[in-house]
Design a protein around this ligand. Sequence first.
Ligand code: NAD
Ligand code: ZN
Length: 348
Amino acid sequence: MITITDDNFSSLNEFLDRKSFSKIFILVDENTHEYCLPVLLGNMETDLAFEILEIEAGEEMKNIQTANQLWEILTEMQADRKALVINLGGGVITDMGGFVASTYKRGIQFINIPTTLLSMCDAAIGGKTGIDLMHYKNMVGTFTFPEHIFVYPEFLETLPFKELRSGFAEMLKHGLIADKIHWEHLIRMQKLDAQAIIPHIKTSMDIKQDVVRQDFHEKNIRKTLNFGHTIGHAVESLYLNQKNPVLHGEAVAMGMITEAYLSFAEGLISAEDCDLIIGNIQKYYPYLDISDFSDDDIFDLLLNDKKNAGNTILFSLLSGIGACIFDHECSRKSISESLTFYRKLNDA
Ligand code: NAD
Ligand code: ZN
């Protein structure tokens, strides 16, 4: 299902050989077109015809208009049910391409070749596809696994530092919710760069896959992957309308700080663990300005969170470093306290 390798694309070529696809459609954005597509095409050995589908880069493209354009192009190019979509890119491309492929003609096959750290450790490997709706993240989508995921860490060499750091937030999350040793390896890194991170990618992928394998449809343990993502997603959504959008991992880092604080306030972790977690996240991530958003702005989004039931706001919270609980209800009062705590970090 997943191949993580530096095998010069031989596993991809074997996969393409083995299956009888009618045609290949490679979805890229402008950056993966420039940096990753030449590497892929230089190594891909197949007699199959292929087309390149390019969209502009950025979260703003992950919407129904882009999906519609791609469905139309696939139709015009007569993609049949044996066509293969190759998603070559970050989470926007794998979410978007997965969504388009899983709905076109009631579903055609697709594979993911993630090119950002975030998509390698998270977006490309969990079997969720989706697009944003209005300013709600991932409001429409499907649970569909790609035929295969090919992970070539060498793509990280051209990834800008901020994007690398964004993906690193998911790795920290994996350590925090499931594996203390992984977390300790990550916080001991002297320098955040691709070379230092690459040896730890597999552990992060394994943690995510293990959780997904146990609970694909997010009925229970998969919810732990939402740690940092309840408040994080709300802030990310609010930033969607701003001039300087925030990166997913930057919002998740902010979400992990506030939700670690909530874990402490709810009596689930000690003050020492809470300080340690927050201090280490702050070491890597600059303060995220939320002064434009009121608590009510954030509550409105929290109430719309897909993870909630009725009017309650449910969280996945830490019960230790490397342990997480889910469906924990928090009151507006304690959520407000965590936001106040976060705002004060800016003054410290
Ligand atoms: P992204 O796809 O926008 O990629 C980030 C930027 O890096 C883009 O500008 C892209 O063009 C560029 N880029 C990609 N690979 C590159 C490379 N190798 N070299 C140079 N530039 C490169 O963003 P992302 O952070 O990968 O993913 C974020 C998205 O993933 C969000 O939409 C989020 O909702 C989604 N996501 C989905 C899941 C899921 O389970 N489906 C999980 C987490 C996140
Ligand atoms: Zn995430």
